[in-house]
Design a protein around this ligand. Structure first.
Ligand SMILES: O=C(O)CCC(=O)C(=O)O
Length: 256
């Protein structure tokens, strides 16, 4: 029996589903402690492409991390049984981790997330891929919670173009009032998990609070049936590298 069957149906219908209190307070503390230690001890020595700042001279403006290194607990985190079971239950097939990412919207930094579809970055076919976005802080409209365009995963990929937003290299070019009318703002408590399909359009406003962080740990899983279109991925990577050079960063193998 798939204990996630009802959630899988919601995900298939709406393009997203929220699993309340997926992580216990103890599990959440263990994860946030590991992330805080990583930020303190490892991040200062990382290459440009692994940790993005709004302003590199101000460590408190750290806004995104990927390619976790020298931190086996974080690198292996998505492989824990309960996470793999959740991903497989929602995808309806065995799941493969594509690695974790950490997102923040520090207060006082104008950093909206442009409307985009993750599979425009991933290039997976069939688009059997989900992102599980775990809230580490209370997230709401004031501090820039995620907004999903309900049902948008059923209409295929939209046209994207390069943005000026480090970490979200591509955004939808024709996002319009019809999309905005179908937006659902997702309010979460720490430990809640918002899971979206790889072709669900999502976006977020900047954090307009004066003191609150908006941190999340996001785990991406593909189904075993999904394969990367290597040529399309390479073209995407060249565009990301070009964009990073424009931001004055040294390109590596960054993918977002
Ligand atoms: O945290 C955000 O604002 C965006 C996250 C996102 O785009 C994702 O997890 O796919």
């Amino acid at each position: 029996m798939n204990v996630y069957e009802e959630s899988r149906q919601t995900l298939n219908r709406d393009g997203f589903v929220v699993l309340r209190q997926f992580l216990s307070p103890t599990g959440l503390r263990e994860l946030t402690d590991a992330l805080e230690r990583y930020i303190r001890e490892v991040v200062p020595g990382l290459p440009d492409s692994s940790a993005f700042y709004h302003d590199r001279a101000r460590p408190e403006t750290l806004k995104q991390m990927q390619h976790f290194q020298r931190a086996p607990f974080l690198t292996d985190y998505p492989l824990q049984d309960e996470w793999l079971a959740m991903a497989a239950g929602l995808l309806g097939e065995p799941a493969v981790s594509m690695g974790p990412e950490w997102f923040n919207k520090p207060p006082g930094v104008e950093h909206p997330t442009p409307p985009h579809q993750d599979n425009f970055y991933f290039k997976l076919s069939p688009p059997q891929v989900i992102t599980a976005w775990l809230a580490l802080d209370p997230t709401d409209e004031e501090n820039g919670c995620l907004r999903y365009v309900t049902g948008s995963h059923q209409r295929g990929l939209r046209s994207h173009a390069e943005t000026q937003v480090l970490g979200f290299s591509q955004g939808i070019t024709d996002y319009g009032p019809d999309d905005a009318a179908r937006e659902s703002a997702v309010t979460l408590h720490p430990g809640d998990l918002a899971v979206h399909h790889g072709e669900t359009i999502h976006l977020a406003d900047a954090n307009h609070s004066s003191t609150r962080q908006r941190r999340a740990f996001a785990l991406v899983y593909r189904g075993v049936s999904a394969h990367v279109d290597a040529d399309a991925k390479e073209r995407h990577q060249s565009s990301v590298n070009r964009q990073h050079m424009g931001f004055g960063l040294k390109p590596r193998d960054a993918s977002s």
